[in-house]
Write a protein that binds this ligand. Structure first.
Ligand SMILES: [Fe+2]
Ligand SMILES: [Fe+2]
Length: 220
């Protein structure tokens, strides 16, 4: 891919994720890794794929609820990106970023939105535990015990299961179908999942991370 574009994103965009925990660079790097695999499989534009993965959560700094739309706006208004992409490509990327929310029921408007949405997933229970516990601790201060927090988190994911008993994927790349199958196999084993969440909870409770999640990091 274009190295100059990559450098720009690394120096100007990535530092903006520093104040985030579940949406920090660990998450962005995972999404980039996923999307580059999908871009390869579907023979899509690598520069566009890398860019949408990098910008997809950047709108959090403006507005938490509608961060997809804000991310789309920031991408659309970025003058530097216009050096690398024509108007048509910018529009496709803006729509892809706007459509990335995982709980969304309608199919994203273009293939880039589909690969972004499918890349924006945690395919490892451990990673999901880290991100979801943080989100719930911040969002639901009324949940006090580990069990309360865990049940809320577990049910949230289970509500996303479709009529066939599976979590949704927009794309059909075999690598991702297999990743999702493995994830479901692990996650649906509730005792196994609870243990992973419990270990993560004990870790963040004992090393001060919970305080940082509540008082320092900006994501929710
Ligand atoms: Fe997001
Ligand atoms: Fe994300």
């Amino acid at each position: 891919m274009n190295q100059e574009l990559k450098k720009y994103i690394e120096t100007e965009i990535f530092p903006q994720y520093e104040m985030y925990y579940s949406h920090g660079m660990l998450h962005i790097e995972n999404v980039i890794k996923n999307i580059m695999q999908l871009a390869e499989y579907y023979k899509l534009d690598k520069d566009m794929s890398y860019t949408i993965a990098s910008y997809h959560d950047i709108g959090l700094r403006v507005n938490r609820e509608n961060h997809e739309l804000e991310s789309g706006k920031i991408l659309n208004n970025d003058k530097v990106l216009k050096k690398y992409f024509n108007e048509e490509k910018i529009k496709i990327m803006k729509e892809a970023v706007e459509d990335h929310r995982g709980s969304r029921k309608e199919r994203p408007r273009n293939i880039y939105g589909e690969i972004l949405s499918d890349s924006d997933r945690d395919f490892e229970v451990k990673v999901l535990a880290k991100r979801q516990l943080a989100t719930n601790i911040k969002n639901y201060p009324e949940l006090k015990t580990f069990d309360e927090i865990f049940e809320q988190a577990y049910n949230y994911i289970m509500k996303r299961i479709n009529k066939q008993g599976h979590l949704n994927l927009w794309t059909d790349c075999p690598i991702f179908v297999e990743k999702m199958r493995k994830f479901e196999e692990d996650f649906f084993n509730k005792d196994y999942t609870r243990e992973i969440y419990r270990k993560e909870y004990e870790r963040i409770a004992s090393d001060g991370t919970i305080d940082k999640i509540k008082n320092y990091y900006l994501d929710y």
